[in-house]
Write a protein that binds this ligand. Sequence first.
Ligand code: NAD
Ligand code: UDP
Length: 337
Amino acid sequence: MRNGIDRAALIAGGAGFIGSHLCDALIAEGYRVVCVDNFRTGRLNNLRHLEREPRLEIIDADVIGPLPSTLTRRSLRISRVFNLACPASPPHYQADPEHTLLSSVIGTRNLLGLAERMQARFLLASTSEIYGDPQTHPQAESYWGYVNPTGPRACYDEGKRAAETLTFDFARAGRGETRVARIFNTYGPRMRADDGRVVSNVITQALAGDDITVYGTGKQTRSFCYIDDLVDGLTRLMAYNGDYAGAINLGNPAELTVRDLVARVMRLTGSQSRIVRRPLPVDDPQRRRPDITLARRHLGWEPKVPLEQGLERTIAHFAVEAAALAASVTRRLAEAG
Ligand code: NAD
Ligand code: UDP
């Protein structure tokens, strides 16, 4: 505490998968954390372990609407604003595309305005999706992308591209300090079982002995970053005080095919599930791997957690969640007589 006023960070989307891990990291760094979330894909359960933490405040609000006036109260010196408020999984962001697009565009405008009033530094959680179905490989920050502006992924991709534009214009106009992280596929504990993304789908299917769904040939590639590494990258980028002012890729350059991911999960879980093919979703990117030269150079950052280790931790998380769900169903059935 300085001059009787706490150092505080705001995390929009703080009840989500990445946001809740970021809450943990910032509280451990000594911040008071204000989490603003509309709970569309986020869960209170992700923050349950912080229930008695006096330095965490949770506000149920949508960043598209006017932000609660309590955020600008004088006892709360918000010096950092992290904008993570947007669903990240294709089925979730496509469920209400208008809301997804506006979360990125209006939400970013509202949070930039708040950062300006509070003289806080602002970080946008952007995405590798701004590169679309990339025509260069691996993807460096200098690549402008290959995005279909009218397809079903556009609400997410174009929303994030516009959010980046707003953020860079804000900085160019001298209205505040900004940071932009282009996050590549991230996985780990607290992903939702019904998230719909490949890591959570394959693990939950393998654990339940259900058919494992591979979309398309399964030869498309992704590069998966474990959550602890990503959060380390986000906090380093927010703290970065150097001259580089552009966007920074945060992701794990270890690239593998979807089929390879499935094989690894089946081996780690001992699963006997069948693999079934499903149609490839429209505009599904074929290859994706981050060039992290800039993150290495400016942040001294690179991922440390190998895929096998990250998958083991994630599998353990889903196994515990499935066991808790089974126990609660058994209890309810017993109570019902
Ligand atoms: P998530 O869906 O778990 O988290 C998003 C959070 O934002 C949820 O808690 C949700 O309820 C909240 N939210 C959504 N719209 C909101 C709104 N209008 N107002 C207030 N709250 C809102 O997803 P995640 O994986 O934790 O992703 C967090 C951020 O990181 C997102 O901005 C996403 O675009 C970005 N990102 C994630 C990945 C990834 O692999 N997980 C990759 C690239 C970028
Ligand atoms: N995918 C798959 N089976 C699933 C879910 C996804 O084969 O059950 C594929 C999907 O088509 C894509 C890759 O896995 O090629 C990663 O998809 P995800 O939704 O995890 O992330 P994104 O496409 O946003 O990178």
